[in-house]
Design a protein around this ligand. Sequence first.
Ligand SMILES: [Zn+2]
Length: 366
Amino acid sequence: MLNNIKVNTLNFIFKDLIENMKEIEIIQPDDWHVHFRDKEILQAVVPETTRHFGRSIVMPNLLPPILSAKAAIEYKKTIQKAIPKDNDFTPLMTIYLTENTDKNKLKEAYLDGHVFAVKLYPAGATTNSASGVKNIEKIMPVLETMATIGMPLLIHGEVTDKNIDIFDREKVFIEQKLDFICREIPQLRITLEHITTREATVYVKEGNQNLVASITPHHLAMNRNDIFSGGIRPHNFCLPILKKETHRKSLVEVAISGNSKFFLGTDTAPHLKNDKESECGCAGVFNATYCMAILAQIFDDNDALHILEKFTSINGAKHYKQHLNKKKIKMIKKNSPIKFNSILSINDKDIVIFKPNFPVYWEVEH
Ligand SMILES: [Zn+2]
């Protein structure tokens, strides 16, 4: 009893110390969901991620998508060439699941170490997802194989039925698709990616131990009003779309809880400015540049700085059975809000960098 009281008091003092700190050091973070695209965009955005993160799971939704180990290896080489010198960043490659994915080839690619995980996009769910899965039943044999060999499945969890309201598509996916997969193959290691709803937080918390979820900085920072504040804000349009404030609060709650089932996947998704500011603007928020600063601010504002490291650097690595990064990063709290660069320039084109609508005092020391 006395020992418990001592431990609790120590915990309290420790927490209090951290909350008042102007400086924290954490294990180098990983980004478990990133879009590097290709060509000139890839060249520009890779260094934005490698500056802070040790590893990233790289999404395969290129045109054409990454469907084979061969394509993943080629793509990895292209990424590696764009990593600045003296940076030991590791890209972890994925294959885009279709109804024609060959389970034996997939198994070989995983066991050879060329491919880290498989990405499931419901057909039409987001950027370049036309070749995605229409009928979950058809991919069940592939998922069985993945469960047997321990290969992770990453899911964009939204139904694509046009009759379902866009704000309900994640919730309906969980009810109609995810629950079916989890019940049929409970051993399958699943990440429900970029969750946006209270329903998702509850389902994952209560679900089997192999089910986890990633959360983006922009879904922690914004609600759906931010798409329409004073006019339409195409740079805050992403998929899954931002939800009501109650949902954002649920996401913050699980992120700062330290629950090991929830971790960072930024879903940083660059598009050229012109492609977002258009008659039919692309979905995606490019958040790599200030992701860690924004997260530190959100955790600090919620008295949870002592949990930040779990969310960004521990929980995900443990789920994916990876060692923790050996390096540390130092973050510093400034006396006045940091100034954000708003644009990443690519020759004569621009990518707009995500900036939240609240002041950010934290930054990563370089
Ligand atoms: Zn994504």
